[in-house]
Ligand binder design. Structure first.
Ligand code: ZN
Length: 360
């Protein structure tokens, strides 16, 4: 039956017009939905509650965050204006421990890059992960002898350790101290994986002798040519934290590493302007608990939630009940456009799937 043969076209047209109008309204509602990155990056202080991570490294948030102090005897926070020196207390404690241990190993001190936002969540720029307070970037540039001013920490460039064309480490820059630093970081049981540029992984594969078991945790990934990314596992008290697949037992120096030295991973992104996951994410894409994390009151002051060392913060003494009981994350929240490839977990060993080159 054609439109022309309908006895009266008017009701049909009216219905069609109404549908078009509804669709337009729905589209407007979707585009008006605030982006999770805007909401989370606006938070200057953590939600006061016991430390708890919700969701996955690239899709979540956390409560009970503490700040790494701007500097300590063995570290300095870089790019301080970003306000990304927040993490689960277990991670912040581990950063301080690594700083001390590395110094004892002969590394002058750590320059700390991004950890997380005060309540985690997606960021305005950079990383797909770092969302649940369990990821930290550490520069491969040693802390200079003279204390850096805040202005210098904003502008000082890092040293690129890898040749962009060959994807190999610049031999003039790599030292045994770099290897020791990565080995030390990998030695902690909490650390599940460390992301480095494939050139750095190859350098370690080619040069580490004796105990090579720790190489299992060192994972090749795009970027990571001036810093390494240290990731710890889900911590006790976070039933809603989604663990990452375990790394295989072998050193990862074989076929999966060889793939990185083919042309395939470096093909130009066919669609460089496609929106990234962080540009699309709304609160509906995050675990349901993240709404409560966002709505929770601020910690009373920055000082109260700056890590004091020894596992305690001033605020720990006056912990209120969590704003919402810990529950498993509903799978309905997991729906997300397939093109948002940054959501894929870090490739487990095996041959990683090619995908747009992430910024970090
Ligand atoms: Zn990172």
């Amino acid at each position: 039956m054609t439109l022309r043969s309908l006895p009266d076209r008017k009701p049909f047209l009216t219905a069609a017009l109404a549908l078009v109008a509804l669709a337009a309204l729905a589209a407007a509602a979707i585009s008006a939905e605030p982006r999770a990155k805007d909401l989370f990056s606006a938070k200057k202080l953590p939600a006061v509650a016991p430390a708890q991570s919700f969701g996955f490294y690239s899709k979540g948030c956390f409560t009970g965050g503490v700040a790494l102090p701007m500097e300590g005897p063995a570290w300095e926070v870089m790019r301080p204006s970003r306000n990304r020196r927040w993490g689960h207390p277990a991670l912040i404690a581990l950063i301080e421990k690594l700083a001390r241990d590395a110094q004892a190993d002969g590394w002058p001190g750590l320059l700390i890059g991004d950890v997380s936002q005060p309540r985690g969540g997606p960021m305005m720029t950079g990383h797909a992960s770092h969302q649940i307070g369990l990821d930290a970037d550490v520069w491969l540039t040693p802390m200079p002898r003279r204390p850096l001013t805040m202005a210098q920490r904003e502008t000082m460039s890092a040293t690129l350790m890898v040749d962009e064309k060959t994807h190999l480490v610049k031999d003039a820059l790599w030292t045994p101290a770099h290897t020791r630093l990565l080995k030390r970081a990998a030695s902690y049981p909490e650390v599940e994986r460390i992301l480095v540029n494939p050139g750095i992984k190859k350098k370690l594969c080619d040069t580490v002798t004796g105990d090579r078991s720790w190489l299992r945790k060192i994972r090749p990934f795009w970027g990571h040519d001036y810093h390494f990314h240290m990731r710890i596992g889900c911590q006790p008290g976070s039933p809603g934290c989604k663990a990452q697949e375990a790394t295989p037992d072998d050193d990862g120096c074989g076929k999966p590493l060889a793939w990185w030295f083919t042309e395939e991973p470096w093909r130009p992104n066919k669609n460089p302007d496609a929106p990234k996951a962080r540009d699309l994410m709304t609160m509906a894409n995050l675990p349901r608990e993240c709404q409560a994390v966002l709505a929770a009151p601020d910690a009373p002051s920055l000082e109260a939630v700056t890590y004091q060392g020894g596992g305690a913060t001033a605020v720990a003494a006056a912990r209120p009940e969590p704003t919402e009981p810990a529950e498993t994350i509903s799978s309905s929240a997991a729906a997300f456009p397939a093109q948002a490839s940054a959501f894929a977990p870090t490739p487990s060993i095996g041959i990683p799937l090619p995908r747009p080159r992430p910024g970090n």
